[in-house]
Design a protein around this ligand. Structure first.
Ligand SMILES: *Cc1c(COP(=O)(O)O)cnc(C)c1O
Length: 240
């Protein structure tokens, strides 16, 4: 995809456009290998720790979906970039008490991993008809219960809880591949977990999986949403 000719030539591109193009090609290749259409895949560029200016540059290159993992940073960037009409995905661990604030700027919360967080989106006396947000149940694919996400056996209960809030549109499941396992095997498990969720919520067919190093495997196992950071943005600045 060509860059926006209106970008000032002094814009801090330093390879951003080339990296984005290369990932887009990689996604198209993976889709072809999987016998799928790249049109069915949503690329979310994870921009955490990067300045709003980088998100703006990405938008000028045609990026429509961005991911953030910290509430305050996401809130401030979304406010700065309100004019761009981006879809904001919250992908980090969420504190229950922040849920209602996240709902004001984020369109999708991908990290529903505890009943307390899900319940925080439910209507309250102060806000009886809150806006509806899209949500993914995050699944823990590792053996370590301390990692983010619900255990595979608990996914149906969590999905049911999400449906009961009436304020979260359940889109499907999200996961991060474990470090000590072939990502494709982990994503294959996620696919069977997704099938169980679809059995109880027929509309919740989305699968958010695949990051910079493993998105091709995720596409082969049915991912619909890819969350890609460093392969596009370059290295992240240190956490502020
Ligand atoms: C940071 C992050 C990503 C992107 O990771 P990269 O390896 O930089 O592509 C994806 N998903 C989540 C939940 C993240 O926190």
């Amino acid at each position: 995809m060509a860059g926006d000719p209106r970008l000032p030539s002094s814009s801090p591109d330093d390879g951003l456009e080339a990296r984005l193009a290369s990932v887009r090609t990689g996604i198209a290749d993976a889709a072809r290998a999987a016998g799928r259409s790249a049109d069915d895949l949503t690329l979310i560029v994870v921009t955490k720790y990067h300045p709003a200016s980088l998100v703006r540059a990405l938008a000028s290159l045609g990026v429509t979906d961005v991911g953030e993992n910290r509430h305050q940073e996401a809130q401030s960037k979304a406010a700065d970039l309100d004019d761009l009409g981006l879809t904001w995905h919250f992908v980090g661990q969420l504190q229950s008490k922040k849920a209602r604030q996240v709902r004001r700027y984020a369109h999708v919360v991908q990290s529903l991993d505890r009943t307390s967080v899900v319940d925080a989106f439910a209507p309250t006396e102060a806000e009886p008809q809150p806006p509806v947000i899209d949500g993914f149940v995050q699944v823990n694919l590792t053996d370590d219960p301390g990692r983010g996400g619900v255990q595979p056996d608990d996914v149906e209960a969590m999905a049911t809880r999400v449906l009961e809030t009436g304020t979260i549109r359940l889109r499907g499941v999200m996961a991060v591949a474990p470090l000590d396992e072939e990502p494709r095997a982990a994503f294959a498990r996620l696919r069977t977990i997704s099938e169980r969720v679809v059995a109880l919520a027929p509309g919740a067919t989305d699968i958010s999986a695949g990051m910079s190093g493993d998105y091709a495997d995720a596409v082969l196992e049915g991912a619909t949403h890819l969350r890609i950071g460093t392969a596009i943005t370059g290295n992240r600045p240190a956490a502020p």
